[in-house]
Design a protein around this ligand. Structure first.
Ligand code: BEZ
Length: 229
């Protein structure tokens, strides 16, 4: 083995890591990613290829949900290994068919990553699933530029962007309050007091009390309701 040269594999990104910064050409002009995010949240998501069926449905549906992302102060940007001119020409196809998928014409930028540099940086290339194309990756990035959520779907499975909005609600709530959100939680539902807060500390933050199901499972009403009182 001595003397053998190993090609260094890039380390996989993980939640909590700083999202790699990059410059890119997009359908709405050149961007510097971190600068583009600014003080917002951001969702960067990849699809395998322009002019493919599942991708057409996903992107048009995301466009229809853009007002929901806007409400949550979250910018959205797509990416694939296609060029800007391929993206823009595919966008007119999507506009033709979007009504069939509760969709809308594309209203957010698409990154042209022909040389796969950004896709490689973000681990969006999975050769065992799709050769040289990006699979369906989603990253939610915070205003602090840290990765808050990562999702990977196979090429054959269209994603549910309502689930991503739900997760974004949880991420935004738990960034500001010492709570976690239970299974199937949605905005306004009861939350869970984080386990590293003891009852004395919890009393300070949640003076209206909570429901102790187990010492480690304490349900509290949505803390934003108390903020709004
Ligand atoms: C699609 O979007 O339909 C698709 C793209 C690449 C591989 C499989 C399906």
């Amino acid at each position: 083995m001595l003397g053998k040269i190993f090609k260094k594999k890039p380390l996989a990104l993980r939640i909590g890591d700083t999202a790699p910064d990059f410059k890119a050409e997009t359908t709405t002009g050149d961007i510097s990613f971190h600068e583009w995010i600014g003080s917002s949240y951001a969702m960067i998501f990849s699809h395998p290829k322009d002019f493919t069926p599942v991708c057409s449905t996903e992107l048009s549906r995301t466009a229809a949900l853009k007002p929901e992302f806007d409400k949550r102060n979250c910018k959205i940007i797509g990416l694939s290994v296609d060029s800007v001119s391929e993206h823009t020409s595919w966008e007119s196809d999507i506009a033709d068919v979007c009504d069939n998928f509760k969709g809308a014409p594309i209203n957010f930028p698409l990154i042209a990553d022909k040389d796969r540099k950004i896709a490689e940086m973000y681990g969006m290339i999975h050769p065992a699933e799709l050769e040289n194309l990006t699979i369906r990756s989603v990253f939610i990035i915070g205003p602090d530029k840290k990765i808050k959520l990562m999702m990977t779907y196979p090429a054959s499975t269209g994603r549910n962007f309502n689930e991503i909005l739900r997760a974004l609600d949880s991420i935004r709530l738990t960034a500001d309050h010492k709570v976690a959100t239970p299974v199937d939680w949605k905005n306004g539902d009861d939350c869970i007091i984080v386990p590293n807060l003891d009852d004395i500390q919890a009393k300070e933050l949640f003076p209206d009390g909570w429901n102790t199901l187990k010492p480690y499972l304490r349900l509290v009403s949505d803390p934003t309701k108390q903020d709004n009182k």
